[in-house]
Design a protein around this ligand. Structure first.
Ligand code: ADP
Ligand code: MG
Ligand code: ZN
Length: 577
């Protein structure tokens, strides 16, 4: 401790010196930039014609002021023994550079600056992450998170799985008495923002043991062997501090299936192998639990998932209605929610959103309320926040010309009308041609009535038809299409590809599953799949066009209204139909 304090003081002194030296060098540089560089002969000429006011004569540099007040500098050449006599003769006042100046700029300042830089780089090379994995170094600092399970909601199965681990860490005797052995690894998997990181931290808080937290990408290095050394160092330290929890977030970065031929696959393979070795080497009662988290369980190397390694897999899914309400209540705790504001309504209308989205919505709503100077969060604030989180902040549309707005109105109305006329599509909640976010010039908001656990072929086709509705409307009304449908096309193509390659819904491609990334199939099959997808999209596009042709009156009426009002709510939209 003593030496730590001394080191701190020394560091501060060095930092101050370094800063001062740098400042002086900087000032000198700035002053010199204000000086005109003259040739030596020009200076001599100036002296002879009495245009020099005064001069500073240094060993290599001359500075001075001309009679018009401007400053100059020039390089001194070696054979200028006549310089001083000449200055005397023409009565120019001159002086040598002051003693300290030449010492300072000549040696001290650059030396201090250099030392400072060296020290800076030395410090960097000593930073914990770079060094961790090297033998005998203390590396990671154990954290002790403070947010427990009461801050996590809507994933009760995951919580109860992890509660068992808390028991094991805090009271292992009970389990040993039964002859049960400790689970070694738990893999949390699920979409982003569902609370995996939050759960791992809560687990640590509940069990009160040291918590080592790292991200998979911390292990992925350019140099072969570094990652493996880090894994070794990490577990070495963890064993010393057992019982403890080691958490590796985004573990897919290092546990990727090994046969992928990426450039640094050697390095990754070594790192992964080391991780496997460490997991296998856990003593029966070492009481080190490894928790992994990933958004992409499908790319994890199967070797990691064998018994005795990550032997528990906990799926953390997007929350259902009850879960969403619970999450909203957790995040509503410190916020002023108005008496007429219903979090339940919000939970009902946010199917498919993650815990992170919901937390974000509540925060946006609180910000909006504060900005308006409202006394509490009202339902409108929640509405506006949902739109902001889904579609991004409002942008000005003053710059859009009339024709463009007209096209956007038809495009969005196309989506909305197809949704209205497709029996299983989610109801239209709002149509808007107010630009939002980075890309959307307009948008049609649909809100699902319930959580969807399973989708039928009809529902999927309805969804694609709605996505193609904008394009279909543009083609019908303007006889010419635009770039406005890019995002729609991207989304419906992905959906159609999954229908064909994942769900066995292609007439000609049959039941074959094309692998999680749609590439686990032969090139011949991939080609067939592409054809099938194309046919499917064209087919559904024709259906969309037919619907719009049959309801052209509605398309015109709603679009014109939308153009005038910019936003149509559900009731107003339906009053036209
Ligand atoms: P993940 O690791 O699954 O991507 P995070 O744990 O980082 O998600 O979640 C991000 C934030 O979202 C959390 O800090 C928390 O505020 C909120 N959040 C996500 N899921 C939940 C949940 N189940 N309960 C409460 N808050 C949640
Ligand atoms: Mg995370
Ligand atoms: Zn669109």
């Amino acid at each position: 401790m003593q030496s730590d304090a001394t080191k701190k003081r020394l560091e501060i002194v060095l930092a101050v010196l370094f800063t001062i030296a740098s400042l002086f060098i900087l000032v000198d540089l700035v002053m010199q930039t204000g000086q005109r560089a003259l040739a030596y002969s020009e200076v001599r000429e100036a002296i002879r014609s009495s245009r020099v006011e005064e001069m500073t004569v240094g060993p290599t540099l001359l500075n001075g002021t001309l009679s018009d007040g401007s400053r100059f500098k020039t390089q001194r050449i070696s054979e200028d023994a006549e310089l001083i006599p000449m200055l005397e003769k023409y009565e120019v006042s001159y002086s040598g550079p002051s003693e300290w100046r030449s010492v300072f700029y000549g040696g001290a300042a650059p030396a201090i600056a250099l030392l400072g830089l060296l020290y800076f780089f030395y410090q960097r090379s000593q930073s914990p992450l770079r060094n961790f994995g090297k033998r005998g170094k203390t590396l990671l600092v154990a954290e002790s998170p403070s947010t427990g399970f009461d801050h996590v909601a809507g994933c009760d199965e995951a919580k109860s799985e992890l509660t068992e681990i808390v028991d094991f860490l805090t009271a292992p005797e009970r389990f040993h008495a039964m002859g049960a052995s400790m689970p070694r690894g738990v893999l949390l998997s699920g979409p982003p923002g569902t609370g995996k990181t939050l759960l791992a931290r809560a687990l640590a808080a509940e069990s009160g043991v040291p918590f080592f937290s790292l991200s998979g990408s911390d292990f992925v290095e350019m140099y072969v062997g570094v990652g493996a050394a880090r894994v070794r160092g990490l577990f070495e330290q963890a064993r010393k501090q057992a019982p403890c929890i080691v958490f590796i977030d985004e573990i897919d970065a290092l546990g990727k299936t090994r046969d992928q031929n990426s450039s640094n696959s050697d390095e990754r393979e070594q790192t992964l192998n080391q991780l496997l070795v460490e997991l296998d080497g856990f003593e029966q009662d070492s009481r080190v639990v490894l928790i992994g988290a990933t958004n992409r369980p499908e790319v994890i190397d199967p070797a990691l998932l064998r018994p005795g390694r990550f032997d528990r897999q906990v799926v953390v899914d997007a929350p259902d209605r009850v879960g969403r309400l619970a999450i909203l209540e957790v995040h509503g705790r410190g916020k002023k929610i108005g008496p007429n504001t219903s979090l339940k309504k919000l939970a009902n209308s946010t199917a498919g959103m993650s815990g992170a989205d919901l937390a974000n919505i509540l925060n946006e709503a609180a910000l909006l309320a504060a900005r308006e100077g409202a006394s509490c969060i009202e339902q409108e604030h929640l509405h506006e926040a949902v739109e902001k989180v889904l579609a991004g902040p409002v942008r000005s549309n003053r710059l859009l010309d009339k024709n463009l707005k007209n096209r956007i109105a038809y495009h969005e109305t196309g989506h909305a009308l197809i949704a209205y006329h497709s029996p299983t599509a989610d109801p239209v909640h709002k149509i808007s041609i107010v630009p939002r976010g980075k890309a959307a010039l307009g948008y049609t908001m649909q809100i699902p009535l319930s959580d969807s656990y399973l989708m039928t072929e009809t529902e999927l086709r309805d969804r694609i038809r709605v996505l193609l509705g904008g394009r279909a409307a543009e083609a019908l009304i303007f006889n010419e299409v635009s770039t406005g449908a890019e995002n729609d096309l991207e989304r419906c193509t992905l959906l159609a590809r999954r229908m064909v390659g994942h769900f066995g819904m292609g007439a000609r491609t049959g039941l074959l599953h094309a692998g999680a990334d749609l590439r686990g199939c032969s090139p011949a099959f991939a080609a067939k799949m592409d054809e099938q997808v194309q046919d499917m999209l064209e087919d559904i596009f024709k259906e969309a066009q037919t619907i719009l042709v049959e309801n052209r009156g509605q398309l015109e009426a709603v679009s014109q209204r939308l153009l005038k009002r910019e936003v149509l709510e559900a009731e107003e939209f339906e009053s036209f139909l």
